[in-house]
Design a protein around this ligand. Structure first.
Ligand code: DOR
Length: 442
């Protein structure tokens, strides 16, 4: 459906989420949630259902603040056959996500006010909030800074050349100095290109066995170490995207202990899959940074458990079949994430649900500058007075990932056929039930 054809159902003026367990940063309690004209009016047990109200049954479900995904590729403009703002936001809603940060490695990249405004315009009708990340450098070429102040004036809070790292330490230092002055955050894709080269997977026993070119863990780690030194030097806020190795996380752990303003995210595929998945040469398992050996996967889980990692972010990277289905070493890196991330976290992490929600809702909301503390409405406690952005999910329900049933325009999920626990039942975005009983409403 194009946005022109989309029939937007009227937003119910009164909505009640009934019979669930509210779980947010304030704790856990059994409560119904009454929403009127988009705003939460009352949170209490056994609320009276007003005449004409739309009821969302939440029996057996957790009612949480909407999830916030810091790392999503929406492919618009330039690769609309793979994803659009509309299709990606629908996938987000189905995953319980009420805000995404859209990466700027589009074609052309989001390095100018016009480019940012264009995506912001397309996002006005999306099924979730779309916060646009701006490029750090013009064209993401790593040579000249993008007009960061102009982009910040349009509301851009996160800057990144994701897809590649900023190779020049001098330029990165200057970008951090600007970022500090503007009060924005730089998000680094840590990859030293002189080390990663054309490596199609992690350099190790599996790459040798398969005869595929590898990129060493050090390609990531040297940039993490370098940027921690630059964060120390400049005092600017720095966010590390999709960290994947034990040593990267150790570096962040130490930087945090030193009180540096650095944050880190990890992607679900880095705590659920290993480099051995490449054994069948299926390009669906090609991603950047690459899948790592088991000890790194265990370290990612440990980082999530001990608070070194602040957020789970998907790096949702749709690629249409005609682009992705190539020999492993020629295929583009990237895998889908939005519709499976909460279930993967619930199924695979030995963490309390409250911790998982912190990692997927209010902590990333704060990093993106979308939290109530920054004047935004994301990751807010489920309480009267907040704009209603909610994720209602059944933590016990199991389901099988079926690529054909995903809302993304692409099919490149590495979890096809996998049984997961934890299913999103309803998603409420600004008071609108955009997902009801597992179905997108537009
Ligand atoms: O696997 C990846 N795919 N890693 C990135 O950094 C970029 C992304 C993409 O844009 O496809």
């Amino acid at each position: 459906m194009s946005s022109q054809e989309t029939q937007r159902p009227p937003i119910p003026s009164t909505l009640i989420v009934r019979g669930g367990t509210v779980l947010d940063q304030m704790g856990e309690r059994r409560a119904d949630v009454l929403i009127q004209d988009g705003t939460i009016r009352e949170v209490a047990e056994g609320l009276h259902v007003p005449a004409g109200a739309t009821v969302l049954d939440a029996e057996g479900c957790v009612v949480a603040p909407g999830l916030v995904d810091l790392h999503v590729h929406l492919r618009e403009p330039g690769r609309e056959e793979s994803e659009t703002v509309e299709s990606g936001s629908r996938a987000a809603a189905l995953g319980g996500v009420t805000a995404v940060v859209a990466m700027p490695n589009t074609e052309p990249p989001l390095d100018s006010p016009e480019a940012v405004r264009n995506v912001q315009r397309r996002a006005t009708d999306a099924l979730c909030e779309v916060a646009v990340a701006g490029a750090i450098t013009v064209g993401r070429h790593g040579e000249k800074l993008a007009p960061m102040a102009e982009l910040a004036a349009l509301g851009v809070r996160l800057f990144t050349d994701d897809g590649s790292g900023v190779q020049s330490a001098g330029l990165m230092r200057r970008a951090l100095e600007y970022a500090r002055g503007l009060g924005v955050t730089l998000a680094q894709h840590c990859e030293d290109a002189t080390l990663s080269g054309n490596g199609a997977m992690h350099e190790g026993a599996w790459s040798s066995r398969l005869g595929l070119s590898g990129q060493p863990a050090a390609a990531e780690e040297v940039m993490v170490a370098r940027d921690i030194a630059l964060a120390r030097d400049t005092g600017a806020r720095l966010h590390f995207l999709h960290l994947s190795t034990a040593r990267s996380l150790d570096l962040v752990r130490r930087a945090r202990a030193d009180g540096l303003p650095v944050t880190a995210e990890v992607a679900p595929h880095h705590f659920t899959l290993t480099d051995g998945c490449a054994a069948g040469f299926d390009p669906v398992f090609k991603v950047n940074p690459p899948l790592r050996p088991l000890h790194d996967v265990e370290a990612v889980k440990a980082g999530l458990a001990d608070g070194t990692v602040d957020a789970i972010a998907t790096d949702h990277a749709p690629h249409a079949p005609e682009r992705k289905d190539l020999p492993f070493d020629e295929a583009p890196p990237g895998m889908l994430g939005l519709e499976t991330s909460l279930a993967l976290a619930v199924s695979e992490l030995d963490l309390p649900l409250a911790r998982i929600l912190a990692l997927m809702s209010w902590q990333p909301a704060a990093i993106a500058g979308l939290d109530p503390g920054s004047g935004g409405n994301q990751g807010a406690p489920v309480a009267a007075g907040s704009l209603a952005n909610l994720c209602v999910f059944d933590p016990q329900a199991t389901w099988v990932v079926e690529p054909r049933h995903l809302a993304s325009l692409s099919r490149n999920t590495p979890y096809a056929g996998r049984t997961l626990r934890g299913r999103v039942r309803h998603t409420v975005f600004r008071g609108e039930p955009v997902v009801k009983d597992g179905e997108a409403q537009r």
